[in-house]
Design a protein around this ligand. Structure first.
Ligand code: SF4
Ligand code: SF4
Length: 67
């Protein structure tokens, strides 16, 4: 199995926030497990804590959260 295939399978377990994030904080309270945190000038999702519920996706004004 190639490394890129492994990375893809790992990624599928968590949502991610792209560099389009404007760090507005709108998504923070939507996460039931507190997996969203500020990191520099954007928010990031802790993939170890994310339970893949998708609740944060619709709260983002710039649609930068995806699976
Ligand atoms: S998908 Fe659910 S658990 Fe994961 S960061 Fe978004 S709200 Fe939190
Ligand atoms: S709602 Fe979207 S733009 Fe705002 S902090 Fe969360 S991911 Fe970034």
């Amino acid at each position: 199995m190639s490394l890129s295939k492994i990375e893809r399978e790992v990624k599928i377990l968590a949502y991610t926030i792209s560099d389009e994030c404007i760090n507005c904080g709108a998504c923070d309270d939507s996460c039931p497990v507190g997996a969203i945190a500020e990191a520099g000038e954007k928010r990031v999702i802790d993939e170890d804590n994310c339970i893949d519920c998708g609740a944060c996706v619709d709260t983002c004004p710039v649609n930068c959260i995806s699976e």
